[in-house]
Design a protein around this ligand. Structure first.
Ligand code: HEM
Length: 397
């Protein structure tokens, strides 16, 4: 029996407490949902159903399919996000060219450099404050600096690409503004990759450009990959650092425990990923053939909204899912997705967060919000975050 669709649930005012619409869905079977464009799709929200969909190649990630759900109130550009929105074998062919860049060992070698960058940003912030805006001074520049260095994108251009990428992901701009920002970012990266094809540099995009020269990749494929990495690589991590700091400051007991025992920072990062699940709108798939999921049959060609944030608070999978509890056993959250498209940058994102939180707590004793919690402005974009985070502290080491 077809039920009437529920409205698509998104965080609104308070990222620590998802909207009431979620509650009914958290441990329920797949249900019909109405997305912001008025279309109807399936939505899966239990952790087991989410993992089942994301691991099943009968579900396609191809966003050029007419039924691919749009989770935003704006039209999107199909095909813009390279292999994130492709199926195997094309997805695997492109993703494989990058896997060596993101291994635990390779990313681990970036630790000294990331620590140095974190310390330099904290030096600068401490030189100017307290108070300071933690987003502008720390959460945003850190992942930008790291991804620029990794990809070989001049950091001097960061204002340009940060503005364009933020604007192409924002929800409060017109379709034309979003498309113009995206086109400018695309043109910039096209030129950068073309330069590297002429003269390959010793960085990730330089290595990708070498593959274009050898005929293994097309120029357009390389540019689309650069776009995906730049967009996925800084906005997400920046929002996790900003929003993660907010969540820690709202949990003073946990914060005190972290200060006393830095070994707890790693499990705290894992719990923040689950608790905040900043890809809060989730992801999308289309069934290629009829598939049974959680007791319902999803028909061929039907769209599926994969509610990552709901799955990460599924009471059937996590005890007291609404509690922030870094001591919970390491779990199986889906903040980085699951299956073939699971985040390729997760080791890097974890390392950046771990160093950022550890050094921030060590060096800024008494770190606290410099405004009332209700005055913090959250950002409802493709990923969830804080717009600005005014903080103060009592000393500096
Ligand atoms: C894929 C989240 C950081 C690059 C994904 C997906 C999620 C995600 C949920 C899967 C989407 C889907 O299945 O449709 C996050 C979060 C991050 C983060 C929460 C930070 C805390 C990064 C970083 C990079 C990156 C630092 C690159 C340096 C990618 C790429 C994909 C991806 C290339 C596509 C993988 C594929 O389709 O095979 N990410 N990400 N991400 N992420 Fe991340």
């Amino acid at each position: 029996m077809e039920r009437s669709p529920v409205p698509f649930p998104v965080h609104r005012d308070d990222p620590l407490h998802p909207p009431a619409e979620y509650a009914a869905l958290l441990d329920g079977p797949p249900t019909r949902v109405r997305t912001p464009d008025g279309a109807e799709h399936w939505m899966v929200s239990r952790l087991a159903d989410v993992r089942a969909v994301l691991a099943d190649p009968r579900f396609s990630a191809d966003d050029t399919h007419p039924n691919f759900p749009n989770l935003l109130p704006l039209p999107t550009v199909p095909g813009a996000l390279s292999f994130l929105r492709m199926d195997d074998p094309e997805h695997a062919r492109l993703r494989r060219t990058l896997t060596a860049e993101f291994t635990v060992r390779r990313v681990g070698r970036m630790r000294p450099e990331i620590t140095e960058t974190v310390d330099a940003l904290l030096d600068e912030m401490a030189g100017q404050g307290p108070p300071a805006d933690l987003v502008a001074a720390f959460a945003l520049p850190l992942p930008s600096l790291v991804i620029c260095r990794l990809l070989g994108v001049p950091y001097a251009d960061h204002d340009f690409f940060q503005e364009r990428s933020a604007e192409s992901l924002r929800l409060d701009v017109t379709r034309d503004e979003a498309l113009a920002a995206f086109a400018e970012l695309a043109a910039y990266l096209d030129g950068l990759v073309a330069d590297k094809e002429r003269e390959p540099t010793d960085d990730l995009l330089g290595r990708v450009a070498r593959r274009v020269r050898s005929g293994e990749l097309g120029h357009e494929e390389a540019v689309a990959m650069a776009r995906l990495l730049l967009l996925a690589g800084h906005e997400t991590t920046a929002n996790m650092i900003g929003l993660g700091t907010y969540a820690l400051l709202r949990h003073p007991d946990e914060l005190a425990r972290l200060r006393a025992d830095p070994a707890l920072v790693r499990p705290a990062v894992e719990e923040l990923l689950r608790y905040l699940t900043i890809v809060h709108r989730g992801t999308q798939r289309v069934a290629r053939e009829p598939v049974e999921v959680g007791g319902v049959t999803i028909g061929a060609g039907e769209g599926v909204v994969v509610a990552l944030a709901a799955a990460d608070r599924d009471p059937g999978a996590f005890a007291e899912p609404g509690a922030f509890d870094p001591s919970r056993p390491p779990g199986h959250h889906v903040a980085f997705g699951f299956g073939a498209h699971q985040c390729i940058g997760q080791t890097l994102a974890r390392l950046e967060m771990e160093i950022a939180f550890a050094r921030m707590l060590e060096r800024l004793p008494g770190l606290a919000l410099a405004c009332a919690p209700e005055d913090v402005v959250f950002r409802d974009s493709v990923v969830y975050g804080v717009e600005t985070l005014p903080v103060t502290w009592s000393g500096e080491t």
